[in-house]
Design a binder for this molecule. Structure first.
Ligand code: ASP
Ligand code: MG
Length: 442
């Protein structure tokens, strides 16, 4: 069996739902478990609804409720206008949502637990609609409430899943559904405590749900359907010639994501990687594109340099070490500052000077020290390749390119699959282009 996860844009409105249903129907022989997000934008609206209701802002919450209702009703009337059962199922959910919202405005409070209860309606509505669309298209499809198996702790808004229970319960309760059905449709993002209280796995949690389901069911593949055709060799807005990488290792995806690439959050697919299940990133709006296959191992035949990414939210503090001062003392001072100011450290080097790169954050960096220092914004550029550290020839080419932009530091060997350069924001675009030329010339 396979897991097919569709994000918010893939189920946003009737047209996207149609495209998604066609993609599912075409893969029905693979016994798909379909994991859906809420319709794009709906989770945000639901969370706003919960907050406004908790503040007793009746007008705002009433209009949000109407928007949410209309959005889903419109899809259903476009897709299955005469399906009484579909309309009934949706009316039940919408009535429940209304009751919950009224409850919050009566109580005048909105706890993390309430946020989860309200947010869960997004995925419950999208999956209800999709199940009916699939059935109307002639598929043997059934709805499955993820909360019956996705057991979590009670850390509302960011709950942790009990993977052992998920595996056992999925085998007992979910798998048997395939004896009468070809496809099962369930929700990403939501779960429940052992006591049956609804929880969520955190924003964007549907990818994690998909990976966890894949792991629990020993799926042969996990497909993440989104609105881009796989992982690109660079940000196409900066490098228009950026191309999709056909196969790449999980380690590369993680490096790229750490350094600014807007690929799926690598931690979310960890459960799949641990079990060696390939994760394929595909485009709902270009379904014939093969996308990117992400595997735990280094894929055969991949290019030495695969992709380049950059992040621009970093600040570098650089301390010159006076002759009478010990570098360790300077480093300790810098680290104390990071602890006190809660700064996440991205990079650190000690030599003639001590350099530390931290994430900028909302507050400015206010470092004070007796030793001379400079503070400035920097960009971090990451060049990824499946085996870059052990490939001296490619390393030499990459480094020769990067040194032209006078990096404050080059980190080689901190990861097997990347080289990271700390650059002035003024030159980072040129460096990206230079590295991408190397990628194109391979
Ligand atoms: N609907 C949830 C969110 O918007 C989960 C997801 O889409 O992955 O955060
Ligand atoms: Mg998402």
């Amino acid at each position: 069996m396979i897991v097919m996860k569709f994000g918010g844009t893939s189920v946003k409105e009737a047209a996207a739902m149609t495209a998604t249903a066609e993609i599912i129907s075409a893969r029905i022989h693979q016994q798909p478990l379909v994991v859906l997000s809420a319709c794009g934008g709906i989770t945000d609206k639901l969370l706003r609804l919960a907050r406004e209701a908790g503040l007793r802002h009746i007008q705002e919450s009433t209009s949000l409720l109407s928007e949410i209702e209309e959005h889903h009703k419109k899809i259903l009337t476009t897709k299955t206008p005469d399906n009484q059962q579909a309309h009934h199922d949706m009316d039940v959910l919408l009535a429940q949502l209304r009751e919950f919202a009224e409850g919050l405005s009566l109580l005048g409070e909105c706890t993390p637990r309430s946020l989860d209860a309200i947010a869960s309606f997004g995925e419950r509505l999208s999956t209800t609609i999709m199940t009916h669309i699939l059935k109307a298209n002639g598929n043997r499809a059934t709805f499955f409430d993820a909360r019956t198996v996705m057991r979590t702790d009670d850390n509302f808004v960011n709950a942790a899943v009990d993977r052992v229970q998920l595996r056992r319960l999925s085998k007992d309760l979910l798998l048997p559904l395939y004896s009468n059905n070809d496809v099962v449709v369930t929700q990403g993002f939501i779960g429940s405590t052992d006591a049956g209280i609804t929880t969520t796995l955190g924003r964007g949690g549907s990818d994690l749900s998909a990976a966890l389901f894949g792991e629990a069911l020993d799926a042969s593949e996990i497909q993440i359907w989104t609105d881009v055709s796989g992982v690109k060799s660079a940000d196409p807005r900066i490098i228009p010639t950026a191309r999709t990488i056909a196969r790449m290792s999980f380690a590369e995806v993680r490096e790229l994501a750490n350094y600014g690439a807007k690929v799926l959050h690598p931690d979310t697919i960890m459960p799949a990687v641990e079990r060696n299940i390939p994760v394929v990133v595909l485009n709902t709006f270009e379904p014939e594109h093969a996308g990117t296959v992400i595997t735990a191992d280094i894929p055969d035949g991949s290019a030495a340099v695969s992709a380049v990414s950059a992040r621009h939210d970093a600040t570098m503090i650089r301390c010159d070490i006076p002759p009478d001062t010990n570098a360790t003392t300077v480093l300790n001072e810098l680290m104390d500052y990071c602890v006190l100011a809660k700064r996440e450290v991205l990079h650190c080097t000690i030599g003639e000077s001590v350099c530390i790169v931290v994430i900028q954050g909302p507050e400015p960096v206010l470092y004070e020290s007796r030793v001379p220092y400079t503070v400035g914004q920097v960009s971090l550029l990451c060049v990824a390749g499946p085996n870059l550290r052990h490939d001296a020839v490619s390393l030499k080419t990459v480094c020769a390119e990067l040194v032209q932009y006078s990096p404050a530091a080059l980190a080689i060997g901190t990861s097997d699959v990347s080289v990271v350069a700390i650059l002035s924001p003024a030159v980072v675009q040129d460096a990206l282009k230079g590295i991408h030329n190397i990628i194109e010339q391979q």
